[in-house]
Design a binder for this molecule. Structure first.
Ligand code: PLP
Length: 221
């Protein structure tokens, strides 16, 4: 199937209220334009440099989501245009995002990335660290960021029960936080291999790359 067919097929399978992020990392502008020309406007990248390059060359009505690990010293490059940062994993990073958002006269929407996988390599806060961050005075002072929800990545495993259990734990944490945090509306979980299960477990935003674009052009983390 073509990229456009893949996109339309996936979109037609999503329930109302679930947003699709087309994960475009490693793919060239021509391929992104196939998705754009099919009407899609929400793209996800995991590297700052690559996202900035694509932002410069592609139409300006695209919403860019940063889904990969973000270093504080790179926030300034994306602060003028990023729509949502999915990967906030420290107060320090959030403070820098706030600083750069203020410089740009913006409020930047962010998700806290929560560590739910049984893998050493994945980034994110524990439930306890996220609660501490949200309760801290330093966090409450930040006027130019808004936490709009949580993001998590399940373990990369064939064990579907484990993946489901991880998604369920994040959903439950999200539900627990929501009453005290009315700005929370997004639960970003699910990628090509597991987005349907993630939706069953309450995801409102799925990040799908290879099921739209095929295999990546070069290996990306
Ligand atoms: C690459 C990536 C995805 C998409 O992965 P696919 O398996 O290609 O759908 C989703 N989320 C994050 C954080 C990623 O880095």
């Amino acid at each position: 199937m073509s990229i456009k067919e893949n996109l339309l097929h996936i979109k037609s399978s999503l329930p109302a209220g679930v947003t699709l992020i087309a994960v475009t990392k490693t793919h060239p502008a021509e391929k992104l334009m196939e998705v754009y020309n099919a009407g899609h406007r929400i793209f996800g990248e995991n590297k700052v440099q690559e996202m900035c390059d694509k932002y410069e060359t592609l139409p300006k009505d695209i919403e860019w989501h940063l889904i990969g690990h973000l270093q504080s010293n790179k926030v300034k490059y994306i602060a003028p245009f990023v729509s949502l940062i999915h990967s906030v994993d420290s107060l320090r990073l959030l403070q820098e995002i706030n600083r750069q958002a203020l410089k740009n006269g913006r409020v930047i929407d962010c998700l806290l990335q929560i560590y739910i996988a049984d893998e050493e390599t994945k980034f994110g806060l524990s439930f306890e660290e996220a609660e501490q961050l949200l309760a801290s005075d330093a966090f409450k002072q930040l006027q130019n960021i808004q936490i709009t929800g949580l993001m998590g990545m399940a373990t990369n495993t064939d064990d579907k029960d484990q993946v489901r259990k991880e998604f369920r734990s994040l959903r439950s944490f999200f539900s627990q936080l929501r009453p005290a945090h009315p700005s929370f509306s997004i639960l970003s979980m699910g990628m090509s291999s597991d987005y349907l299960m993630a939706i069953e477990e309450g995801s409102t935003m799925v990040r799908v790359g290879s099921s739209i674009f095929g295999n990546r052009e070069y290996p990306a983390k």
